[in-house]
Design a protein around this ligand. Sequence first.
Ligand code: ADP
Ligand code: MG
Length: 391
Amino acid sequence: MKLDVNVLRYLSKDDFRVLTAVEMGMRNHEIVPCELVDRIAGLKHGGTYKVLKNLLKYKLLHHDRSKYDGFRLTYLGYDFLAIKTLVNRGVFTGVGRQIGVGKESDIFEVAQDDGTILAMKLHRLGRTSFRAVKSKRDYLRHRSSFSWLYLSRLAALKEFAFMKALEEHDFPVPKAIDCNRHCVIMSLVQGYPMVQVKQLQNPETVFEKIIGIVVRLAEHGLIHCDFNEFNIMIDDEEKITMIDFPQMVSVSHQNAQMYFDRDIECIFKFFRKRFNMSFQEDRDDETEVEVDENSRPSFYDIIKDANALDRELEASGFTKKEQNDLDKFIEGGLEKSTDSDEDEEFDDEEQAFGSNEEGNLSEMKSLQLQEKEQKRSDEVEAEVDLDDNEK
Ligand code: ADP
Ligand code: MG
């Protein structure tokens, strides 16, 4: 999906008022009835219907007449609300080119007035959501599902909270700048994802640094859960930055060891394949060992003295309830939550989310990666200054 931020220039205060009214209505309506939009927006001189038509033209809303006449936000509509809010807060003034496309996120450069470039990650949970996998959808048909608005907002909130906490504990992560709705603003990492790197000056050093991060994370009570060559950035000085945190779990998670071992295994595998590194465990001949690793880091040895950064994070504004909701989506826990929450009222089959059950996590990843490669060649160039929007 293209983010044509030029449209922002043409949107008036009333347009945003109505767009916000639809967003508010979506807290308890999957399709918001026109009258409700009108009532919430409360435009002084009326005209809600004309505005709705305009928003529809720009694909910020979706019109649905199947049960009654109503509207819901599209991702683009949600993007605009977040971007507008952040621009109003003075976080950035312009949106630039797209620098990353994931299955569940889009990443753009954004610019501040002084020319500083930041990264904007728009979370898109449920965008593709296994719609192609019919059995999954059948499986989920009678389960509760969350709206993509809610889940994407949680993913952003979690990513922001984790990025901040990790930075405070000196982990090499982007600097967390701000967060609104499904959107996270962070510093732009120089360099490239490891997956694009064909050669390293010091593969052993880089390998040890990376394994060191996984170990130190566990010592702090956390597991990345998607720690691979796509989520590790490296610059020309071979400095490492880790990105992409919405799926992180605590070491007290029931599958913690499995996730930890999988993160470690990903790194071993990548370095073995890409940089021809050999490990002691691969060989009988000990003289050929290039990396002094007797065996893989042992999960239980590490977490014995784990610091409770995971507990610290619970106090960061990302509530247990939100964590659980997001986990359900990310890990495919299918139990219905016992708590009540207004956001949970969505049960739109069209927006129902598939889940990546345990065994399908890697399947999902490879799907995601294929898609990424495809879309990377199709970058969006949308240099625009949002400064004069609203004028
Ligand atoms: P996803 O959850 O979709 O995998 P990521 O956070 O991994 O999203 O980002 C996808 C891609 O966007 C990354 O592989 C990287 O190339 C780019 N990217 C993400 N964050 C940044 C950043 N802060 N600076 C530079 N590039 C980034
Ligand atoms: Mg990623």
